[in-house]
Design a protein. Sequence first.
Length: 349
Amino acid sequence: MRVAVTGAAGFVGINLVERLLGAGHEVIAVDRQAVDTSGVDLGGAAGVSGDAADDRLRIVVADVLDPQQMRAAVSGAEVVFHLAAKITLKREDPQAWELNTRGVSTVARACLDESVRRLVHCSSVHSFDEHRCGQVMTESSPRSTADDLPVYDRSKYAGERELLAVVDRGLDAVICNPTGIFGPKDPPGRISRLNAMVLDGALGRAPASVAGSFDLVDVRDVVDGLMLAAEHGRTGENYLMPGEMVTMHDLLTAAARTAGRRAPLVAVPLGVVKGILPMAEPIGAALGSDVMSASAIEHLLASPCVDGGKARAELGYAPRPFTDTVRDLVAYFVQAGILAERGRSLVRT
């Protein structure tokens, strides 16, 4: 089967491309930048030789905001996975809003125009308003419409609305909503936000953690969920894809112990962290980081239990324990030389 993947150079993208090639599909890898396949096992799980898999991979540099480029990119594809998005914790970011809303609409309309059989849109758990969900989040929970929510939350829900407008015109599409994604492996030369936290733990450079928890899911389970949605999902439906609720302290401790390093000694209460935000947030913004932000703390404060029962029942979705992911991720850091490289940089500084 011929499949197109937008955002193919990203974290979920390279893992999905590898999985699709391993399953024997032809893949059109679409991104605004060239897709670096140096860290991708082109043979994949199916045992296909690298050369044979490479023959089934076509890389297309295109902008999801350009209708003509998107029609050309998805032409001939039976299934399209739309992953392209901008993740940010900022309150406002015009680029993120544009990419996460109009980008979805542009890809959806291109799929309709090119008679793509099915579009699978990878949205986010943040398209649901975790502050109004109560203790448990389901697919019927309130959505992220409030003006005071981060732009990412609002834009992901707005993007889903753009998609459903095209579904009303005849497009067959399914929406997947994974939680916090981590695990092996990252795009070459880049480390995702959550994976960077695990790396800090594995290096033993997290003497303290932040109290609070969040639902974390293995990137490989998200990839499997997206593929299951392509096969079994119902048109126009959302499918929450959680993993396991994990405290930040347990995550860093598991990473440190797996790597044989010192675990964090204490979890700093969120109230204390909120107290230093007036000083820490402007400093982070000046350095180009949004990690220490009110939005990040608010996500940890809310953290409802995410119910994945619908995806399990209808798709056969089955995520693994977070400890398995931490073990495999640390092993990836070792195998890729990332742990040793970052360790040497710590010694030099």
